[in-house]
Design a binder for this molecule. Structure first.
Ligand SMILES: *Cc1c(COP(=O)(O)O)cnc(C)c1O
Length: 403
């Protein structure tokens, strides 16, 4: 049997995500590779970002009750009415956004489907889609599937923030969409209102649609505040806002997400979504509708994550890494250069043996060979969404590097 697949769009996806091997075969993602390495070596896996404690029991009970109550056939393609209403209520309560649950909300199979359906619906060959770089890998994959051209705009190298001049310089008459992710994975950067105003100004001048990935909206620390782009003047009409219950409620395996925006844009996304999955996990939707009324669970998660962030950041600094302390998400980027590691990819392969811990290189979130990938070559990403005892163990192990 041949080892390389026949020609197809998979090729563009593999290339866009750095997975096309020189011999034409498809490589494993670095996340899968590092997770396998953690299992083989017994190292603590701070590479892949999923919580090791499940979300609230009452939400799990609500899903079980929905199964027992017979909510096991196709849900409406748009999503069950109580979840669409809960999303609209959530956006009003937290951000003052006025969202019509009947025409302006679409429930999706995780944020991933919302993002992919939005990009497929509204960008195509000849269009350019801007993302910040580093970027979440599914953004690049979806742009590749759409046939549009991906234009990555580097964050500043020192403090990993928006470079407004670089964003402005990246715009062309072909710019169709600007994808923004705040709080940002992998950097943990939470874009300020001033930074988002700069994005908004560029989007208005370019007459571009903005797609915002806000899956970490509740996971912000200190005095940082999450500002949805759709709340900025004039932006609600051109913004698709994506979020999900996975990160907020520590239920990443449920894959209940949503997108909201003006009805004409949501109609376009719905048109595509209905032929990707038609409808999404019926019994999970009423459970997430109940969860979305609960502000305490995400608040407690953010508070506990802030202290776990401090624990890991202090430990990384003590071990000799330079860290940019994140204000959101559950990731921190650490620079191994001062420890003598110029290449984060190599460091990640050696870290299990050197320190019994697994991380992922930031280059996995950059276009292969890009200037950003080069500038961030010595950086690696660690997650702190693990139990405190696990993080203490990891910090103790990392201390070996300092000796
Ligand atoms: C985890 C993640 C997603 C995917 O969310 P799902 O709801 O699991 O599909 C999307 N964007 C970012 C930035 C993420 O970190």
């Amino acid at each position: 049997m041949p080892t390389t697949p026949p020609p197809g769009r998979w090729h563009d996806v593999a290339r866009a995500t750095g997975l096309l091997a020189p011999d034409g075969s498809v490589a494993q993602t670095i996340f899968a590779e590092m997770t396998a390495l953690a299992v083989r070596s017994g190292a603590i896996n701070l590479g892949q970002g999923f919580p090791d404690v499940d979300g609230p029991g009452y939400v799990k009970e609500a899903a079980k009750a929905a199964i027992d109550a017979g909510r096991n056939q196709y849900a409406p393609g748009d999503g069950v009415p109580e979840l669409r209403r809960a999303v609209a209520d959530h956006q009003r309560r937290h951000y003052g956004l006025d969202v019509d649950p009947d025409t302006e909300v679409l429930v999706t199979t995780g944020a991933t489907e919302a993002l992919t359906a939005s990009i497929l619906a509204l960008a195509g060959p000849g269009d350019e889609v801007i993302t910040l770089e580093p970027f979440y890998d599914s953004h690049a994959a979806a742009v590749a599937m759409s046939g549009a051209t991906h234009v990555p705009v580097p964050l500043t190298t020192d403090d990993l923030r928006l470079d407004a001049d670089a964003l402005r310089a990246a715009v062309s008459p072909r710019t169709r969409m600007i994808v923004v992710n705040t709080p940002h994975n992998p950097t943990g950067t939470v874009l300020t209102r001033a930074e988002l105003e700069q994005v908004a100004a560029v989007a208005r001048e370019a007459d571009a649609i903005v797609l915002t990935d806000e899956v970490y909206e509740h996971l912000v620390f200190d005095d940082a505040a999450h500002v949805p782009l759709a709340t900025l003047p004039g932006m609600a009409d051109r913004t698709l806002t994506v979020s999900s219950s996975g990160k907020t409620f520590s239920l990443t395996g449920w894959k209940v997400g949503w997108v909201h925006g003006p009805a004409h844009l949501v109609t376009a996304v719905r048109t595509v979504k209905q032929f990707l999955s038609y409808s999404s996990g019926a019994p999970f939707q009423p459970a997430i509708a109940a969860a979305l009324a609960d502000d305490e669970t995400p608040r407690a998660l953010a508070a506990s994550l802030a202290s776990r962030r401090d624990l890991l950041c202090d430990g990384l600094a003590a071990a000799g890494f330079d860290v940019v302390v994140p204000q959101g998400t559950y990731f921190v980027i650490a620079d191994g250069a001062r420890l003598g590691f110029d290449d984060g990819h190599d460091l990640c392969y050696r870290l299990p043996e050197l320190a019994g811990v697994v991380a992922v290189p930031v280059s996995a979130f950059c276009r292969a060979g890009s200037a950003t990938s080069d500038a961030l070559r010595s950086r690696v990403r660690f997650t702190f969404v693990k139990r405190e005892d696990v993080l203490r163990d990891a910090v103790g192990r990392l201390a070996r590097l300092a000796r």
